[in-house]
Design a binder for this molecule. Structure first.
Ligand code: SF4
Length: 107
């Protein structure tokens, strides 16, 4: 069963998950549980992949840092910090103070 909000099928796979290009200088990335996991798992439309990603995130020691990053950077696609895109949109909508204020705090 496809999961509707992971990634538009006509867009390339983002390469911005932990361990990949773009985030490798963030200190928390070195402790990410997903360093050895193919990025496709986190951006898949398949429920089995989404489930696998969410399970891995539950074991991750840097889950909150990852989630804060995704919220502050407005990551629209994929599983970040154990949250789906829809869950992150709901979190962003109720954030107080606004998420922009957290930008300086995320390592
Ligand atoms: S919370 Fe999930 S996506 Fe984020 S670093 Fe950990 S395993 Fe990777």
């Amino acid at each position: 069963m496809p999961v509707h909000s992971c990634r538009p099928v006509d867009q390339p796979l983002p390469v911005r998950i932990p361990g990949a290009v773009g985030l490798d200088r963030r200190p928390w990335v070195a402790r990410a549980a997903c360093l050895e996991t193919p990025p496709e798992v986190f951006f898949s439309m398949e429920a089995a992949d989404v489930f696998e990603a969410l399970l891995l995130c539950r074991t991750c020691p840097v889950r909150l840092a990852c989630l804060e990053h995704a919220l502050s950077e407005g990551e629209h696609y994929g599983i970040w910090g154990g949250a789906t895109p829809d869950e992150r949109r709901r979190l962003a909508a109720i954030a107080d103070p606004p998420l922009a204020a957290h930008d300086e705090e995320v390592a």
